[in-house]
Design a protein around this ligand. Structure first.
Ligand code: ATP
Ligand code: LTN
Length: 329
């Protein structure tokens, strides 16, 4: 049986090198093992305030970036979450089988509640339940994500397992797929924090559409340390992060990269990291520009994908309604 792969990305900024290495580029790689269903999760994005005009533009540019990153729209579905209403419908049902205490333990909620202290809305709290609905609607086998989503994925598995205990075989329990290198790319300015596309400081991240000279500048000013030795070691988050990025972009192991740069200064190393990023992103950037110039094509991808995804999701939702005791339409 062909595997189903599902993942999502928020249109909350421009896709960063962290999103790309940790998640999106793996979408195309593992979707070769089966059917990929990928979503631009606009419903998740509004858990934080968004400007409507910017949000609309970002939903489309995020979709284009996903395609440019290698996900083939002929073989996979790439849709906009709000176009498939079953996500909200299943989310409500799952809410009733999710405990307040479980959601209170989610570290992303605790972090975001601190960061957006003036807007701790109920959506921010129940965010992981909507994510569970996204995954469970498609009887997903594999969920490619960065390590920051591991806790949410565990919760989705817990909800599925709990409901299966009440309603036998209701859901398929999904597995995560977290890459061995680059599952958590760190901020360039505060390397103890993860690189995040909604970081207010653009120097902290590399967006996948940054120009070569911006990439060079950001890498050269990345925070490291004063050890002046290129090595992957405990307690050196800035250095370790640059080595991880280099390894992820070139395919060379971290050990081989350390050997290659032995005895060289930070300047030469940072330049080489920037060059590896520029070379790796260049084909993607060309494809992105081509796609953005063709809104009709993007529209055809998200319309067709939402139709197909909607049909699968409707079946799952009907199965859930039936088992929990609702009256069919
Ligand atoms: P936001 O800053 O708005 O919270 P984000 O940059 O954290 O967004 P998401 O849209 O929440 O990005 O995540 C999309 C995917 O990218 C997820 O699978 C997530 O695990 C992965 N991801 C996000 N940041 C990183 C990172 N720094 N390193 C590796 N993977 C990441
Ligand atoms: N919460 C994820 C985005 C996301 C997702 C999903 C990932 C929403 N729904 C379903 C995998 C599967 C995040 O990256 N913050």
């Amino acid at each position: 049986m062909e595997k189903t792969i599902f993942s999502g990305i928020q249109p909350s900024g421009i896709i960063t090198l962290g999103n790309y290495i940790g998640a999106v580029r793996n979408w195309s790689r593992i979707s070769e093992q089966g059917k990929g269903i990928f979503s631009v999760v606009d419903l998740h994005a509004i858990t934080v305030r968004q400007d409507p005009k910017e949000l609309r533009e970002r939903i489309l540019s995020t979709l284009a970036m996903v395609i440019a990153s290698g996900v083939d729209p002929e073989k996979n579905l790439i849709f906009i979450q709000s176009h498939v209403s079953a996500h909200c419908e299943l989310s409500w049902i799952l809410n009733c089988y999710t405990m307040f205490g479980e959601l209170s333990r989610m570290t992303q909620f605790k972090d975001k509640a601190q960061r957006y202290a003036d807007n701790i809305n109920a959506g921010l709290f129940t965010y992981p339940v909507l994510m569970a609905a996204d995954i469970l609607l498609y009887d997903t086998d594999l969920v490619p994500v960065g390590v920051d989503q591991k806790q949410h994925l565990e919760l989705a598995r817990d909800i599925a397992t709990r409901m299966n205990g009440i309603f036998p075989k209701l859901f398929k329990v999904p597995e995560g797929y977290i890459p061995s290198v680059g599952a958590k790319v760190m901020s360039l300015t505060q390397p103890e924090k993860k690189m995040s596309k909604s970081d207010p400081n653009p120097k902290s991240y590399i967006s996948i559409i940054d120009e070569p000279d911006q990439i060079m500048k950001k890498c050269r000013s990345a925070v490291t340390d004063s050890e002046n030795r290129i090595a992957y070691e405990e307690g050196r988050p800035g250095m370790n992060n640059l080595l991880t990025i280099y390894s992820a972009m070139t395919g060379e192991t971290i050990e081989a990269a350390v050997a290659r740069f032995e005895g060289q200064g930070y300047g030469a190393f940072k330049t080489a990291v920037a060059e590896a990023i520029i070379a790796g992103l260049s084909p993607l950037q060309q494809e992105y520009r081509r796609l953005m110039a063709d809104p009709g094509y993007l529209r055809s991808v998200y319309t067709r994908s939402a139709e197909e995804a909607g049909a699968i999701a409707a079946k799952t939702l009907a199965r859930v309604h039936e088992q929990i005791g609702f009256v069919g339409r």
